[in-house]
Design a protein around this ligand. Structure first.
Ligand SMILES: [Zn+2]
Length: 357
C-alpha cells in the first residue's frame, strides 16, 4: 500500500467518522429541541406573574377592573360597564386538537364563566376566528351574557353562521375598521362604551407558518367539527373607550388577541395624539415571528400600563397551574418590553383581578 493511499483512506475514514458525529449531533440537537419544547410547557413559570387581586388603584372608585380568564379572555369593567373578550374554557389537549374533532364543552364553559356575573356585558370582542377565541363564545353569549353583541369579522360571523343561535347578535367590523393613518368608525355599546376595530394581521405560529388560515364567505349551517374548520379570517385589534361623558374618555384600553407584524394592529396616530392608551393588552406568544413586537406597539400606543394576555399554554385544563406557551421564550419578550417601557406591567395568571387607576 502506498503511503498516499493510506493517507487518502485515513482522510476518508475520518470523514465518515466526522459525518457520523455530525449526524449524531443533529439527532441530539433535534432531541434536545423537542425536549426543550416539551419542557418549556412544563417548567417555565418564572417572571413577574401575578395572581389573586392586584390593586394598583389605591381604592379609587373610577378604576378599571380587568379580570384575566386565560387565553384571549378578559372581563373589562369600568363604572358598571362591562366588555368581554373571547374566552376559552374548553381547552382541548394538543393531540386532540391535532387529530380529533373538537367542540365547546358547555359544562366547562358554565363552570368557569359562572364564577363571574357578566349578565350585563355589553359586547364580546373577537379579534379572529380561530377556535381558541371563538369556540366557547356562543355558550358564553347565550347562557351568561345574553344581551352582549358579538363584535368581529365577516369570517367570525360566518363561522358562527346559523348553527350557533347568535346570528342576530353579531356586529361586523370590516367596514368600520381603522389603521395607523385612518380613523375608523366607533361602534357604541350603551351610552358609556365605544369600540373601534383596528386592521391587524395574525402572525405565524412557527417558522413563518400560520395554522388554520383562511376566510369564510358564507354562513355555516353546522357546528365546526375540527380545529381546521375555525379559520382565522380577517384579524382585528380593538380600542375600547369607557366614556365619562359623550365626548370625554374616562379609560382607553387596547386589546389584541394575536401577535401582529407592525404597523398591522396599530391604533390611528391621530387618536393616540389626542389620548394615549391607558392599558395595552399585548400578546407575547409567537412574538418572535414578527419584527418589533412589542416595541412598535409601545411606541404607537404610549400606554400607561401593559398587561400580557394569551401567554399561557391553553392545551391543558383550566384547573392546572398555568405555564407559558410552547416555543415562546417569554422572558425574552419581557426583557424586550422592559427595555422600551418603564411603566408598570403584569403577566397575570388565570383569574387574576387587576384594579387600575
Ligand atoms: Zn390564532
Amino acid at each position: 500500500m502506498s503511503r498516499d493511499f493510506v493517507a487518502v483512506r485515513r482522510v476518508a475514514v475520518r470523514r465518515v467518522a466526522l459525518r457520523r458525529v455530525a449526524l449524531r449531533r443533529v439527532a441530539v440537537r433535534t432531541a434536545a429541541l423537542l425536549a426543550t419544547a416539551l419542557l418549556t410547557a412544563c417548567l417555565r413559570a418564572s417572571g413577574p406573574s401575578v395572581s389573586g387581586v392586584v390593586d394598583a388603584a389605591a381604592g379609587q372608585q373610577d378604576a378599571l377592573r380587568a379580570v384575566y380568564l386565560g387565553s384571549g379572555g378578559w372581563i373589562l369593567e369600568h363604572a358598571g360597564n362591562t366588555v368581554l373578550t373571547g374566552p376559552l374554557f374548553t381547552n382541548p389537549g394538543l393531540v386532540t386538537t391535532g387529530l380529533l374533532p373538537i367542540r365547546s364543552d358547555s359544562v366547562l364553559v358554565d363552570r368557569y364563566m359562572s364564577r363571574y356575573d357578566v349578565s350585563d356585558a355589553l359586547a364580546i370582542l373577537v379579534g379572529h376566528a380561530h377556535y381558541d377565541h371563538l369556540m366557547d363564545v356562543p355558550g358564553v353569549a347565550r347562557r351568561h351574557a345574553p344581551s352582549a353583541r358579538i363584535v368581529g369579522s365577516r369570517t367570525t360571523a360566518n363561522t358562527l353562521g346559523t348553527w350557533a343561535g347568535v346570528q342576530d347578535r353579531v356586529d361586523l367590523v370590516d367596514d368600520s375598521a381603522a389603521d395607523q393613518e385612518t380613523v375608523g368608525r366607533w361602534l357604541r355599546y350603551g351610552d358609556r362604551v365605544r369600540v373601534m376595530a383596528l386592521r391587524s394581521h395574525h402572525a405565524p405560529h412557527f417558522d413563518g407558518y400560520t395554522l388554520y388560515r383562511g376566510t369564510r364567505d358564507t354562513p355555516r349551517t353546522e357546528e365546526p367539527r375540527w380545529a381546521t374548520d375555525w379559520v382565522d379570517g380577517e384579524t382585528y385589534a380593538f380600542l375600547i373607550d369607557f366614556m365619562a361623558g359623550p365626548d370625554s374618555v374616562a379609560y382607553r384600553v387596547y386589546y389584541q388577541d394575536a401577535v401582529a407584524p407592525a404597523p398591522a394592529g396599530f391604533a390611528p396616530d391621530a387618536l393616540i395624539a389626542e389620548r394615549p392608551v391607558d392599558v395595552a393588552i399585548l400578546v407575547p406568544a409567537t412574538f418572535d415571528q414578527v419584527d418589533w413586537h412589542p416595541e412598535a406597539f409601545i411606541e404607537n400606543l404610549q400606554p400607561r400600563y401593559v398587561l400580557l394576555g394569551h401567554w399561557e399554554d391553553f392545551f391543558s385544563p383550566m384547573d392546572v397551574p398555568t405555564h407559558s406557551m410552547l416555543l415562546t421564550d417569554i422572558r425574552h419578550f419581557e426583557r424586550r418590553l422592559e427595555r422600551v417601557f418603564d411603566g408598570e406591567w403584569w403577566r397575570p395568571d388565570r383569574w387574576t383581578e387587576l384594579r387600575l387607576r
